[in-house]
Structures are given as C-alpha cells and as structure tokens.
Ligand binder design. Structure first.
Ligand SMILES: O=C(O)[C@H](O)[C@@H](O)[C@H](O)[C@H](O)COP(=O)(O)O
Length: 261
C-alpha cells in the first residue's frame, strides 16, 4: 500500500496561492532538470483563476519558466476557441494574455476546431497530438504529464469524467469524446481516467463551502472513493495533492496527510 494523497488546507483561496506556486514551481524545476520541458494538463472551472494568482500575482524570487511550458487541456468543451464556454479562452484570458512578454510564452495545444461536429474525431486528433509530443503510442503505454492541475465538481467529477459514466471503464484510449455531459455544454473531450491518474504529480484545487459535501464523500466514504476524483486518489495515491480552503473541508476528518508546503 502506498501513502495516501496529500492535503494542504488554507484559510482562503488567496492564502492557498503561495503554496500552490511553490508546488507548481517545484514540479517545473524538477521537470526541467529531467527533460528540459514542463508538460502540464489543465482543467477549466475555477482552476485557471487560482493558478493565475499563484503564477502571476504571488511574488517571490523564483522564476516561472513559461518559455519551457507545454500546456494541454485535461478536458475541453467542443466549442470555438473564442466561445464563452471554451476552456482555452478561459486559460488564455486568465493566464496567457497576462504573462509579461519578458517571461516568454508557453506552447499551448488547443483542440482542433475543424472537428467541432465530430467529437470522436476531435478526441482522436487530440490523442494524436499527445502521441506526437509524448512519443509514439506503441512505445509509451500512457502519456505521463509532469503535472496535472484538476478541479473537482460538486458531484465528484474531474476533467469531463462524470460519476457513473461508462467512460470511466476505458482502458485503451488516451482522450475520449463525451456528448451528454451533465454539466453544460454537453459536447466535450476529456483525458481518460488512466491518463488522468498517470501524472508525475496531480493537484486538485477545490475551494469554497460548495465543495464541503463532496469532499467529505470523497475522503470519508466508500462510495466517494468510487467517484472520479476518488478513483484518481486511489490510483495515484501520494502523487496526488489537494489544495483546499477551510470552507471546503469544514468538519471533515480525512485519512489523508495534512500539512502545508
Ligand atoms: O471544463 C470543465 O467543466 C472543467 O474542467 C471541470 O472538470 C471543472 O474542473 C470542475 O467542474 C470543477 O469546476 P470548479 O472549479 O468551477 O468548481
């Protein structure tokens, strides 16, 4: 048995940002030492805003090497890149557009919008993108992101992997289409559960009192361990770190390590 996931809790989302920064930059520096590039998968939701705070607002003497970042989408909605629902647009407006030019720009891998009407093809194309970046599919069983930055929905979903979805049983594909997402918009693509569990480091960021019930389920109940976030906890164990604020974990006793970075 490995060690349980880490849990880092802070009074507020603002106070969480410096530790999230330290965690991300530690991951960045060890990836750059290892292979000269930092491959990150990001979700939508509230995460890009918190991440922007950590990377662009917190001041310390460490360097964000954006020029070495390769940014992928852990899930994306099948909409044009300038659409209100686009995770690309969200990440662009929250982070990419705000990076001072002297910091350099990440290489970003958005979905191919030529396939908006064929999400199976869109998923296959995005998988091909991963194949071309992470090495040929027959030589790597799964692409290994240096860091996956994920959110947790109020039903325990993460990426666009929803509770009870047959997609959770996928063992082969790296990227999957979904046409009936319970969270709008319905058409999306998502990393599969094996890929989402395979990051060298995986961070969940969950803030606000709206997350309290689902956090309790995920960490304190057997049913919660079967939810998508719970499954990633089980598969990836100590490679997972949760960054939460106090309202999100009020009154909960976790069998997880607590602490701050
Ligand atoms: O595109 C999406 O819908 C997201 O990737 C999704 O998985 C999100 O991360 C969670 O729903 C949490 O969202 P919040 O952080 O806004 O609660």
């Amino acid at each position: 048995m490995g060690k349980p996931p880490n849990l880092f809790s802070f009074p507020s989302a603002d106070e969480l940002a410096p530790s999230l920064r330290t965690y991300v930059l530690d991951a960045q520096d060890s990836s750059l030492d290892r292979h000269g590039v930092f491959r990150v998968g990001v979700s939508g939701g509230s995460l890009p805003k918190t991440l922007a705070k950590a990377l662009l607002e917190v001041k310390d003497d460490r360097q964000v090497r954006f020029d070495k970042w390769e940014v992928f989408f852990a899930d994306e909605r099948a909409v044009p890149l300038d659409h209100e629902d686009s995770n690309y647009k969200l990440v662009k407006e929250e982070i990419l557009d705000k990076i001072p030019s002297e910091m350099g720009k990440p290489t970003v891998y958005p979905i191919d919008v030529r396939y908006l009407d064929d999400i199976q093809e869109m998923a296959d194309q995005y998988e091909q993108t991963l194949v071309s970046v992470f090495a040929a599919r027959d030589s790597v069983r799964l692409p290994m992101f240096d860091l996956l930055l994920l959110g947790c929905g109020p039903d325990g979903h993460t990426c666009s992997l929803f509770p009870g979805s047959p997609l959770l049983r996928e063992t082969d594909a790296w990227v999957l289409p979904i046409s009936d997402s319970p969270k709008p918009p319905p058409k999306r693509i998502t990393l599969s559960l094996p890929v989402a569990s395979h990051g060298i480091k995986i961070a969940f960021v969950a803030t606000g009192g709206g997350k309290k019930d689902i956090m309790k389920q995920i960490f304190d109940t057997e049913e919660g361990r079967q939810l998508p976030c719970g499954l990633i906890n089980t598969f990836a164990q100590e490679r997972v770190s949760w960054f939460v604020d106090h309202p999100a974990i009020e009154g909960i006793s976790f069998p997880a390590r607590r602490g701050s970075l």
